[in-house]
Every structure is written in structure tokens, then in C-alpha cells.
Ligand binder design. Structure first.
Ligand code: PMP
Length: 406
């Protein structure tokens, strides 16, 4: 072992090895594509490029109430939290926000994390890892943060085909009835924009006595009464044990959270390493997020705009015959189905029209499934949506891409 390390250390010092490695990283970087500067302000004067793939779906990152609350909290408490939640970093805005989020979801308690990624990773590591012998059932399209949390838990995992409740039931039925079970799903899937069959999953969870963990990252703020998400929209919130969300999309700021029974939240706060061993969210971020949550609990304006923009985009793409994956949500993934065409389309949109839509291609997506993931947001107008669809239609023809069969 020591010998091996010596050889490696010597090789690392060889100039060729270092140069070759650097070249390799450069190539990998290039393959990942460029990294456009997406200035978020869209007031017509400061936008460097016109962004159609932002996750600030409701424009709350620019909302005056959010900005005012953030600025006020900066004046009150400064720029940072000053510590982890357990050591000097807990501020009253964290407490207020946790209470607000618990209320929003109709749960006993909520717990903030510095990001949605950390909320999933930390909570799932604890939930699936603390119950001895826990069996996990996870949708195949679940987000990387869910996959990582489940991996870190060490629990045995069954992956079921995307939104396929027949497959899920088969796996549940074949599992040992005495082992604790956890079903992990998203409500709105981030790349496909489709919605999980929540009522059927809740039924299966009850039938097979499984706990449920529902990632509503792409739904909170946007759907349901007061922006409480899809489960709330469908009257199912109390049938999901834990609802997880982000503050970085519909709520326009940053951070993540879980909401659920106090016992679960306390266990997570006691054991989740990404909660314990990191600096808390800046109080000003928590204050801004609190303003966003409160605003969206009473205002339908932003949700209505988003819904209308999504409806117009679905309608225009359908009329043009441009294939897209789902018309259930504001995530509109245009199916290009070729790596080179997808990248070319995105480059033409940016270079000719100043429109930025990220090509989602390899290696994050299997060959043949490449998409342009369009997310119209509440700050766009229906006319802008129409003009985007017309530009896309022109480029689609120019590149000779296949139209959907009529
Ligand atoms: N869950 C899902 C489904 C996501 O798409 C994302 C991020 N895109 C996250 C969790 C992580 O959220 P955050 O960006 O707040 O870390």
C-alpha cells in the first residue's frame, strides 16, 4: 500500500502526468459545455441574456417584499449567521421560517437546511439509516440528492420504474412485511415535468405500512392552496409523512427544508450531518424566504401568471408540432433526442436571439433523450412565450428536426 502511494506521489510530480491530467480535465469541462452568465434581472435594461430556464419560477428572487425583508435583516443581523444551528447560528428568522413552513404544509414541525440538496441528503441518510433493516423504494428519476442520501444511509434500495405504481406494488408485495419501509418520490419531476400519481402511492404506502418522503421542490410556491404543493392541491398532504422543499425555486432565495412529525424532525436535527456540521443560512436569507412564503400564501398573481405562460407554451408547441414531454406543469421539456442537435439548438438560441435555454444532454441524460428544458416563469408575458415558440419553430425547421406526428 505504502509502495503504491509512493509510486503515485512520484507520478504526480512528473510534468507529463500533471499536463495530461490537466488536459483531461479541460476536455471534460468542455464536454460539460459553457457556463453562461445568467443575469437574473429581467427589467428590460439589465438582462444580459433572456433566461428561459431559471428555477426562480415565480420571480420571487426579485419581488419587492422579499428584497425589503432581506435588506432589513441585513441591517439587523449582518451578512452571515455566525455559526452552525447548534453553535451560535440560530436566529429568530430561522425559527419563524420553520414555523411558517410547518404551517404551510400542515405538519407539526419543519427543519431548515442550507440547501435542498442537503435537506434530502441529510434527512434520507437519517430516515433510511436509523431504522434497522429499512427497505427503501425509490422512483428511478429521483434527484441526485435523494440518491446520495439513500446511498449514505446504507439501506437496501429497490428502484421502481418512473411513476409505475404497478411496479412499486410488485416490489412492496414481494418485500418482507415485517421490515420498516420508506417510499421516496418527487411530486413534479425536475427534468420531465410530469407529476407522480400521489393518491395511488399514498394508498400503497398505507396498505404496505410504509413511511413516505415526498420531494416537492418543483412544486412548492407554484401549486396547491397557498403554494403548499401538489399533495396539498390533491388533498393528500396528511397522507405523506415528510414533505421536503426548497427555498431556491418558487421562493426565490436559497435553502431547503423538511416538514413532518416532530419526532421525525427531531431525529433528523439530532443526526443529519449536513444540518449539524455546517453554517446556518444567513438570517437575511431566512427573512427573505419568510417574506416569499408569506406572500405566496395569500397571492395568486404569480401562480396565475406562471400557469398562463405554461399553458400558452404547451399550446404553441403543440400547434407547431414540436414534441415535448409533459403538459402537466411549467417544466416544458422539448424532446430533441440528439446530443449534437440539442447543443446546436441551444447555441443558436443564445447566439442569434440572446435566449438562454440549457441543453440537457449527455452525460446527465441517456442518449436519444436529450432535451431543451424550458421553464417559462411568472415574469415572462404570454407574448414573449409566443415569440419564443415562433423562434423555436424556425430553428426546428432549419435544423430539420422531426415534428410530432399529427
Ligand atoms: N430535489 C430536486 C427534485 C431538485 O431538482 C433539486 C435541485 N434542482 C433539489 C432537490 C436540490 O435543491 P437545491 O437547489 O435547493 O439544493
Amino acid at each position: 500500500m505504502t509502495e503504491l502511494l509512493d509510486v503515485f506521489a512520484r507520478r504526480v510530480r512528473e510534468p507529463d502526468f500533471v499536463a495530461a491530467s490537466a488536459q483531461k480535465f479541460l476536455e471534460l469541462g468542455r464536454r460539460a459545455g459553457r457556463f453562461p452568465v445568467a443575469t437574473a434581472w429581467r427589467d428590460g435594461t439589465t438582462a444580459e441574456i433572456d433566461v428561459w430556464c431559471s428555477n426562480d419560477y415565480l420571480g420571487m428572487g426579485q419581488h419587492p417584499a422579499v428584497l425589503a425583508a432581506t435588506k432589513q435583516a441585513v441591517d439587523e443581523f449582518g451578512a452571515g449567521a455566525g455559526g452552525s444551528r447548534y453553535i451560535a447560528g440560530t436566529n429568530r428568522y430561522h425559527m419563524l421560517l420553520e414555523r411558517e413552513l410547518a404551517e404551510l404544509h400542515g405538519k407539526e414541525s419543519a427543519l431548515l437546511f442550507s440547501s435542498g440538496y442537503m435537506a434530502n441528503d441529510g434527512s434520507l441518510t437519517v430516515l433510511a439509516g436509523q431504522a434497522a433493516d429499512c427497505l427503501v423504494f425509490s422512483d428511478e428519476l429521483n434527484h441526485a440528492s435523494i440518491i446520495d442520501g439513500l446511498r449514505h444511509s446504507g439501506a437496501q434500495k429497490h428502484v421502481f420504474r418512473h411513476n409505475d405504481t404497478g411496479h412499486l406494488e410488485q416490489l412492496l408485495a414481494n418485500a418482507d412485511p415485517d421490515r420498516p419501509k420508506l417510499i421516496v418520490i418527487e411530486s413534479v419531476y425536475s427534468m420531465t415535468g410530469d407529476i407522480a400519481p400521489l393518491a395511488e402511492i399514498a394508498r400503497l404506502a398505507e396498505r404496505y405500512r410504509a413511511m413516505t418522503f415526498l420531494d416537492e421542490v418543483h412544486a412548492v410556491g407554484m401549486y396547491g392552496p397557498q403554494g403548499a404543493g401538489i399533495a396539498a392541491r390533491d388533498g393528500l398532504a396528511d397522507r405523506f409523512t415528510v414533505v421536503m422543499g426548497t427555498l431556491a425555486k418558487g421562493f426565490g432565495t436559497t435553502g431547503g427544508y423538511i416538514a413532518g412529525p416532530t419526532a421525525v424532525v427531531e431525529a433528523v436535527s439530532a443526526f443529519a450531518r449536513p444540518f449539524i456540521f455546517t453554517t446556518a443560512l444567513p438570517p437575511a436569507v431566512a427573512a427573505g424566504a419568510l417574506a416569499a412564503v408569506r406572500h405566496l400564501r395569500t397571492s395568486e398573481v404569480e401562480r396565475d401568471r406562471l400557469k398562463e405562460n405554461a399553458r400558452v407554451l404547451h399550446q404553441q408547441l403543440r400547434a407547431a408540432g414540436i414534441p415535448f414531454l409533459s403538459d402537466h406543469t411549467h417544466i416544458v421539456s422539448v424532446l430533441v433526442g440528439s446530443d449534437s442537435a440539442c447543443r446546436e439548438l441551444a447555441a443558436l438560441l443564445l447566439d442569434r436571439h440572446g435566449i438562454y435555454i440549457q441543453a440537457i444532454a449527455g452525460p446527465s441524460i441517456p442518449a436519444g433523450h436529450e432535451i431543451l428544458r424550458i421553464a417559462p416563469d411568472a415574469t415572462h408575458t404570454p407574448d414573449e412565450v409566443r415569440s419564443l415558440a415562433a423562434i423555436l419553430d424556425g430553428l426546428w425547421k432549419e435544423l430539420g428536426l422531426p415534428f410530432s406526428p399529427r
